[in-house]
Structure formats: C-alpha cells, structure tokens
Design a protein around this ligand. Structure first.
Ligand SMILES: Cc1cc2nc3c(=O)[nH]c(=O)nc-3n(C[C@H](O)[C@H](O)[C@H](O)COP(=O)(O)OP(=O)(O)OC[C@H]3O[C@@H](n4cnc5c(N)ncnc54)[C@H](O)[C@@H]3O)c2cc1C
Length: 455
C-alpha cells in the first residue's frame, strides 16, 4: 500500500490523490442496489492524459486493479470499487476541446457532463442526441462505458452511433487512437465501437470525437391515456408500422404515474392504466401528433391530449425523466431492470412482468422507452425484510428470463456490471463468452481493468 501511494504521488499533483478512507469510501459504488463493492486503496482525480498514463503504468508495475469512474450514476454496479483498487475518477477531465460545425463533431474529455455538451452544441445550432434521463449528472466517459441510451433513441439511436473516434490509455499506459474525425472511414477493425459499452474493462477513455447533427425543431409532445398497458403497446406497434418517426415514444404504467405525482405533483392522470408520451420534432409536429392521436384512439386510448406548446411538452418530459427517482420512493429499495425486446413483443413483456409481480406479491412499476422495446421494470421492496428481498431478486431474474424468451436482451442500455454478470453468459452462449474473454485478455492481459465486471 505504501509503495503504491509513493509511486502514485511521484507523478501526480497532491490534490489529485485522495487517501482519506472516509472520502475514498464515498467513491465505492454507483447507484445500483445489491451490487458488491470493495474498499479502494486510493482515489485519483487526474486532469491530464499524462496523469492517467502514470496511474496505469503504476498499476501495471504493482499489479493493482483500476476502476474507472464517471459520475457514478450507473445502474449495474459497473463503476463499483474492488478491494485495494485505484479508483480512477475522470470527472476533472471535463473540457470541451472543440466544436466544429463544418465537420459536425465535438471533441471532448471524458468528464464532460452530457447536458453541458448538449447545451454548448445547441448554442451553435447543433445537436448531440444521446440523452439519458440522468443527463444533468452523467458524463460522456460513462455514457461511452455503458453505451447509454435515452429518450430520443427511437429516432436518433444510442451513444454507439455518435462515437467516431477515441483516445484511450491502455492497461500498460500506452496511448491508443481509434477511429476518425471524418464523416466516413473503414480502416481496419472498428476498435472504437468495441470500447463503447466495454464498461471500463478494456482501457481508459481520455478523449472522444463525437458526431453532431443539425439541431432539429423543438419537439411537441402528446399524452395518451389507455385502459391497459396492452392497448398502449398496440398503439406503439401501429405507430411504428405506419412509418412514423417520433422523436420520443415513452410509456409509464399506473404505478409509475402515481409515483411521479406523489413525488413531484405533476398532475398526471391517476386513473390511467398506461400513459403513452409521443413527440415529433418534424417541421409540422402538430400534424404528425394528430395522425398518431388517431392511431392511439384506434388502439383504445380514452384520452388523447397534445401539448399546446414547447413549455407544456417540457413538463411532460420532466415527468418522464423523474420516473426512476419517483419509483425509488415507493419502498425502501428498488432493483431496476433494463430488458429490451423486439417492439412487437413489448405487450407480452409488460403483461408478463405484471404476472411476475403478482406471483411474487410485489410492486413492480414499469416505465419504458416503448419505441425501442426497452422496458425498465422497477421492483420496489423493503430491503429490511429478508423474505421480500429474496422475492425481489427472484422476480428480477424472472423478468430477464422472460426478456430472453421473447427474443430480447438482458440489458438495452444500463449494462451488465456486477448486477447481471451471471446472465451475460446465458445471453451470449459459450462461444460468444469465450471470444469476449479473449478480447478482454488481448487488451488487458493482467486483468487489471475493472475486474469482476461483465464476466
Ligand atoms: C435517474 C437515472 C436515470 C437514468 N436514465 C438512464 C437512461 O435514460 N438511459 C441510460 O442509458 N442510462 C440511464 N441511467 C444510467 C446511467 O446514468 C448511465 O449508465 C450513464 O451513462 C452512466 O454515466 P456515469 O458518468 O455516471 O458513469 P459511471 O456510472 O461512473 O460509469 C459507468 C461505466 O463506465 C465506465 N467508465 C466511466 N468513465 C470511463 C472512462 N473515461 N473510460 C472508460 N470507462 C469509463 C465505468 O467503469 C463504468 O463501467 C440513469 C441513471 C439514473 C440514476
């Protein structure tokens, strides 16, 4: 331990190294429940690529594990410390280095907060689409680490589609440049894409070249109430089948609507079984919303209310963004699932989840990026009650099993981390798992980067 701290100190300014156990303990875990976290030996907050290289060279020389972290808003334990590790928090590397309207790219350090980048490019008439609900807190490095999604993915896709190139410090301290800053480029294997969603297990992202789009018109939102989640899912299928391109298509079930109202007095309709929010950022959003409103009615919507203006639309989005924090107030603890199924199976997924809630006698609220088929069943339970905790974990697992059965994936955007590592093997199969382990050892032969995650 002394040797480690001494070597780290040799290449870092004093304020970049934290060893006070009370403070290092606060970096031990992200926002996921039920994920083991160890005690870090030290926390390092570098401000430069050279400092990151120094940390990795030291870690390799002394065989010390390193856990990269962004804002620790992750929901799978992927940023949790392991015993004796160096936590490498990239939050101080938070400069936007370049925004080029001609090349339509931004070059950023990993600690830039998602909303900060979105606002900065917005001032230049540009748009960085990936928008996790946590966008005011989470970092671009963390978004790349988890391949995160968000509300606008139904039209604009996820983080992977916007990462053009990366600068990465490898486990042994070497600096790797991947990808490009050009509009096209197919030279060699796509290592950039490999890093997206790698959960800090292959290298430390120290710079990213991100694609931007022209800023679309402000979106207008419609809220539709349904007598059942199945009817709302039917509307989702109709909307997609008819070739509409909503910029957002989100679902909240009754439990979620009530939780949001209880937390934030949003005035959402309490009696609804399912609320669908649909938005368009097209040149004539009102016309698109009118067409979608008719489809919702054909699926049985009892009320269809288009927002009058952008301000009202923003309120509805705020309600949706507060869904997870609101569900967290229902009981003392939550387990947040992230199963994504083909859109056509969304109804079966939500109905199946309700049956699982009944079987285990639990409250499970569901909010979903419905247009992507990506559900977030939130299991609410009392963590001081051992039996209820056991049932919560069992229901969480059954939800993933159901997702795989329906042709889906165990995680649409939150990642595997610690929470779902047993399930990754089931989804990938033996051959897939073996190849992924081979890739990990090619980048990190000593297994020092974020050990205990993914596999
Ligand atoms: C209220 C709430 C709402 C959320 N909504 C969404 C949502 O809509 N969509 C969604 O996808 N997620 C959502 N999340 C989950 C979370 O915000 C995302 O996973 C986010 O991308 C994590 O970013 P972070 O900066 O907090 O990263 P962290 O949690 O700190 O880290 C995430 C992973 O990235 C790795 N990592 C971080 N920085 C680097 C780096 N520089 N180099 C290499 N690896 C790195 C870490 O090791 C870890 O594996 C939500 C979370 C909360 C609390």
């Amino acid at each position: 331990m002394d040797a480690l701290l001494e070597r780290l100190r040799a290449g870092l300014p004093a304020e970049a190294l934290i060893t006070d156990p009370d403070v290092t303990a606060s970096y031990a875990h992200d926002m996921a429940s039920f994920c083991d976290a160890g005690t870090p030996a030290a926390v390092v907050l570098p401000r430069s690529v050279e400092e990151v290289q120094h940390v990795m060279r030291t870690a390799t020389a002394l065989r010390v594990p390193v856990v990269p972290q962004g804002a620790r808003t992750g929901l799978s334990g992927a940023a949790n410390a392991s015993d004796g590790c160096i936590v490498l928090s990239l939050v101080k590397m938070d400069r936007i280095l370049e925004i080029s309207p001609v090349d339509r790219i931004a070059v950023v350090e990993p600690g830039v907060v998602n909303a900060t980048l979105s606002r900065a490019v917005g001032e230049l008439g540009l748009y960085y689409p990936p928008d996790p609900s946590s966008w005011e807190m989470c970092t671009i490095g963390g978004n790349i680490g988890t391949a995160s999604g968000g509300l606008c993915c139904v039209k604009y896709g996820v983080t992977a589609e916007y990462v053009l190139g990366l600068e990465v410090v490898l486990a042994d301290g070497r600096l790797l440049n991947t990808g490009r800053r050009t509009a096209k480029g197919v030279a060699g294997y796509d290592l950039t894409r490999l890093f997206v969603g790698s959960e800090g297990s292959l290298g430390i992202v120290v710079k990213a070249v991100l694609a931007l789009r022209p800023r679309p018109p402000q979106q207008l939102v419609l809220a539709a109430e349904f007598p059942s989640a199945a009817a709302a899912c039917d509307a989702v299928c109709r909307i997609m089948e008819r070739g509409h391109t909503p910029s957002l298509l989100e679902l909240m079930d009754r439990t979620t609507v009530r939780a949001v109202n209880a937390m934030a007095s949003m005035g959402l309709p309490e009696s609804t079984e399912a609320l669908l929010l649909c938005a368009f950022d097209t040149p004539d959003p009102a016309a698109d919303l009118a067409a979608v409103g008719e489809l919702c009615k054909a699926s049985g919507a009892t009320e269809v209310v288009p927002a009058d203006d952008v301000a009202e639309s923003e309120l509805l989005l705020q309600a949706r963004r507060s869904a997870l924090p609101a569900l967290e107030t229902v009981k003392s603890a939550t387990m947040i699932d992230d199963v994504c199924v083909p859109r056509s199976r969304l109804g079966a997924m939500i109905e199946g989840t309700a049956a699982i809630a009944e079987k285990f006698g639990l409250t499970i609220g569901v909010c979903a990026h419905a247009g992507d088929g990506n559900t977030h069943p939130v299991v609410c339970f009392d963590h001081t009650d051992p039996d209820e905790s056991r049932r919560a974990r069992a229901s969480f697992d059954e939800i993933m099993a159901l997702g795989l059965e329906l042709g889906g994936t165990i995680t649409g955007e939150h990642g595997v981390g610690v929470l779902k590592k047993e399930w990754l093997a089931r989804e990938l199969g033996e051959v897939g798992l073996e190849l992924q382990r081979g890739i990990k050892s090619a980048f990190d032969p000593l297994g020092l980067l974020n050990p205990g995650k993914l596999f």
